[in-house]
Design a protein around this ligand. Sequence first.
Ligand code: GAP
Length: 443
Amino acid sequence: MAKPEKTVEQLKMENIISLCKRRGFIFQGSEIYGGLAGTWDYGPLGVTLKNNVKDYWWKKFVTDREDMYGMDAAILMNQNVWKATGHVGGFSDPLSECKKCKKRFRTDQLPDKKKCPDCGGEMGEERQFNMLFKTNVGAIADDTSVSYLRPETAQGMFVNYKNIIDSFHPKLPFGMAQIGKAFRNEIAPRDFTFRSREFEQMEIEYLIKPETWKEIFEHFRTEMLDWIKEIGLKQENVYEHEIPDEDRAFYSKRTIDFEFDFPFGRNELYGLAYRTDYDLSRHSKSSGIDLIYVDEETREKITPHCIEPSLGVDRTVLAILTSAYTEDELGGEKRTYLKFVPKMAPVKIAVFPLLKNKPQLVEKAREVYQNLKKEFGLVEFDDNGNIGKRYRRQDEIGTPYCVTVDFDTLEKDSAVTVRDRDTGKQERIEVSKLTDYLKEKLS
Ligand code: GAP
């Protein structure tokens, strides 16, 4: 039987994955050994894009606020943490195995739960598969040395609640925030980095008095929508999905998923949940340490409730890449470019000497490049091939501005040509005014 034709969206995804590899954004993990499913390595441009995401999140949600306490907790935690939260007993997805080809699938993602999607064979009984990565800490591998790679960053904050209270004495409401790796042994990693086994999260555990939950939930809902706009995601591709009672975790009183139209379909990008006092109460009970809050004025004792905005770093990077990916025609030529908002673009500016074999041009271009580098971080110098090719190369990695040093720069006007990625428009700008000009353009 002939294979069905690929859809436009499938082809777009293939082009994005190929661009990511070709231009050094994202590579398959352990590629030279045949790869390791569900793991991805970020190359020089990918790590810079990722850092831009993380730095901006940290600025917006931690340093620009007065009510946030940044954290970086250990990935390995005492196994009792995960027993208390219910992860050891219940952090699982439904799995079933094909009786014929022996392949395993996540049952809730099968179009027909009884039939293998690969060979058409009969599927076996469904069972629960725990997604925690288990390991042993220390030289003796027994039950007491068991630990797990954390499946979320959240618990690293809850178990430090008392440390934050004792050292900073914050008043409610306040938040703990952290960025870090999380690990889940997903049954079916898929769709490039979308569902990985190792990924990063940016999470806030915002502690509140229970009666204030509705207004604080609304505050973070708005903040997350603003964030989505600010990182350049297309608004028409973002949806808020109110999770119905029957699908929510039993401890959550309200959860919204922010979904995004990825080329492979609409899928969860972020979550915002009201987790009640579940986590602190469980840790209090399990550790025997009182995790309460004493109101300084009323002396009232409460266990704070929690609102949790939870964002995946890798899904953010993927959404930015798929949103920015554009094919169009410029000056009668087809091109592919990444239309990043300036603050997310890994390379902000590229500097070219018009010709490579004219030492005066190269020297001047290097001087301009060094000056811009001091101000803007990742700036590229490129003297390879003709100017048109250099523009295409920079377009493909989403560089917002290209600066060309030519003979007029040296002999006539001490100015350079600045070319805009999206419109291709060029402007002549004096070298002495270049930094301020680009600062304004990139802000
Ligand atoms: N602390 C709550 C929590 O972890 P979650 O919905 O399981 O909630 C939060 O995860 C976010 O982490 C998701 O919205 C997504 O952005 C990201 N995420 C979860 N699983 C992932 C995976 N396997 N690969 C990549 N990102 C993932």
